[in-house]
Design a binder for this molecule. Structure first.
Ligand code: GLN
Length: 543
């Protein structure tokens, strides 16, 4: 069988859940026995989102192989359980970078280099790349942005050319739109969808299936009307109705027949029934929790949900694993100081201090950590959160006044967090952090070892600064244990306070590997610790 390609475009509005639809279809095809991967093509000119402020584009998701990518890749991994790679996220910047470099090398000598064919050829090459590895039966490509944007036009042109070049049964196109409900008129409106599909067709791309995001059930009349006006087969207009959980969407898409439509388009007629026992048991626990806890997420990008996407998803997974509803209270670290810390986090069952960069909100994070350390409230620090628990411990337990990370105070008398050696010569910002998966060796009888149940773990990283080994002995003697180290370099990856009920800081990003079916063990243990703390304080966990 030839490799099959599915392209997912979107129209009318952004944030309709194109990534979730792409991931849900992938999940369904995977459950039907096919080897599937997903890639995202983003129209912006940055080479990758690594240099973007999270307020601009949400969290930057990091893969095992060290790519800094769009957060949709996180959804792909969480839905599929398959690891993404550098090749799974392409930007306009990457495409132009390749073409311009080739031009300088003389690859196009004598020719005028143009969007068509040079840029579109490079887009097509990348669209087909994963298909050429022989590892996959189906490649799903999500095109970022909204149809009609000037920036996504070369991507649509590339899809048009592929639709023209490839056998019809090897390529399918799905378009996701919005069918808004007008309360005053008590009506669902299809006009924006019609316009969106018109624009797609003007670009020469013909959709095979239209998925309509909607708050209300689409009637058969509306489906027929959209099919007629948008020139797709009757029955090929389906709904994506608001779901209580994104993990419900694969099942909803199956009910709508999305996977069967695509399989029959590909001429694939024999396939097993999908087995969703695991996902269903996760959803049952998610929808019917027995307990609840209140956990603070202390960070500086809290105004934008997407900035901490993987952390929030990890709480959903870990909550379900504990049959516990995790009420996440986001707290702006900039607003925390010694006078209000009790009021802000005193009532919480546990506190997570988030990753981040730069000075803003750091002192608030340190205040929050001091409070939870002294009040035996479960603490989980991730990356910058871990670094700040080291700073807090140095200042308030070791009495090292002015201890800091050199990221914010290069002249600190006690640089307990310092720039990594190999970062000292780096001036370029893009793609130069310590990125991707590294091994970590856990100390016997540590909390970390108890949580993971194994000696060597692998987690993903994205940082430039590290625990300064010069302070290790003093810190350990005072009760902050380095319980996880990189086996090759000795870099401190995990710290914990053994005398505290649950106090752990990790230099890596465990949230990037959590899935509904395999929840991340530190998150699972942290939620459990929050439940235990709530019980021990006489607050009721039971719902
Ligand atoms: N800013 C810190 C560093 O670069 C932490 C990074 C993070 O939290 N991802 O080391």
């Amino acid at each position: 069988m030839n490799t099959k390609y599915v392209f997912v475009t979107g129209g009318v509005a952004s944030s309709l859940g194109k990534g979730i639809i792409a991931a849900s279809l992938a999940k369904l095809l995977q459950a039907r026995g096919l080897r599937v991967t997903i890639q995202k093509f983003d129209p912006y000119i940055n080479i990758d989102p690594g240099t973007l402020n999270p307020y601009e584009h949400g969290e930057c998701y990091v893969t095992d192989d060290g790519a800094e990518t769009d957060l949709d890749l996180g959804h792909y991994e969480r839905f599929l359980g398959v690891h993404m790679t550098k090749a799974n996220n392409v930007t306009t910047g990457k495409v132009y970078f390749t073409v311009i470099n080739k031009e300088r090398e003389g690859a196009y000598l004598g020719k005028t280099v143009q969007i068509i064919p040079h840029i579109t050829d490079e887009i097509k090459r990348r669209m087909l790349l994963l298909g050429k590895t022989g590892q996959f039966d189906v490649i799903i490509t999500e095109v970022g942005g909204t149809v009609g944007d000037m920036e996504s036009q070369p991507f649509l042109e590339a899809i048009r050319q592929l639709q023209w070049e490839m056998p019809e049964e090897d390529l399918a196109s799905i378009h996701l739109t919005l069918v808004p409900y007008l309360r005053a008129a008590k009506e669902l409106k299809t006009k924006p969808t019609q316009h969106s599909v018109q624009m797609l067709q003007q670009a020469g791309v013909h959709p095979d299936v239209i998925v309509c995001r909607t708050e209300k059930e689409l009637t058969p009349e509306i489906r027929r009307k959209v099919a007629l006006f948008c020139n797709v087969k009757p029955g090929h207009v389906i709904q994506s109705i608001d779901a209580p959980s994104i993990y419900q969407v694969p099942m909803n898409m199956e009910k709508e027949g999305l996977d069967e439509m695509i399989l029959s388009h590909f001429g694939i007629n024999h396939y097993p029934e999908p087995d969703f026992t695991k996902l269903q048991s996760f959803l049952d626990k998610l929808y019917h929790p027995k307990y609840q806890v209140d956990i603070a997420l202390v960070g500086k990008y809290v105004e934008l949900q997407d900035a901490y996407k993987s952390i929030l998803e990890s709480f959903v997974h870990a909550g379900a694993a504990n049959e516990c509803k995790v009420n996440v209270h986001t707290i702006q670290s900039e607003h925390i100081d010694a006078s209000n810390v009790e009021e802000k986090i005193g009532g919480m069952d546990a506190v997570l201090v988030a990753p981040g960069f730069g000075e803003r909100g750091l002192e608030g994070k340190i205040q929050a950590i001091k409070y939870v350390r002294e009040h035996n409230i479960p603490f989980f620090g991730i990356c910058l959160g871990m670094q700040m628990c080291v700073v807090e411990f140095a200042r308030n337990v070791l009495g090292l006044k002015g201890a800091a990370s050199t990221e914010v105070d290069p002249s600190s008398p006690y640089p307990v967090i310092d720039l990594m050696e190999d970062q000292k010569s780096t001036t370029i910002k893009g793609g130069t952090m310590r990125l991707g998966a590294y091994n970590c060796k856990l100390a016997p009888e540590s909390l970390a070892y108890k949580i993971y149940g194994t000696e060597i773990i692998s987690e993903r990283h994205r940082h430039r600064y590290e625990f300064n080994g010069d302070y290790l002995e003093r810190m350990e003697a005072a009760g902050l244990r380095a319980s996880g180290r990189n086996p090759e370099t000795g870099l401190v990856e995990i710290v914990e306070i053994p005398t505290h009920p649950f106090f752990i800081g990790v230099q890596f990003h465990p949230e990037l590997k959590s899935t509904p079916e395999i929840p991340q063990p530190v998150f699972v243990a942290f939620v459990k610790a929050a439940m235990a703390n709530r019980n021990s304080r006489g607050r009721v966990c039971e719902l």
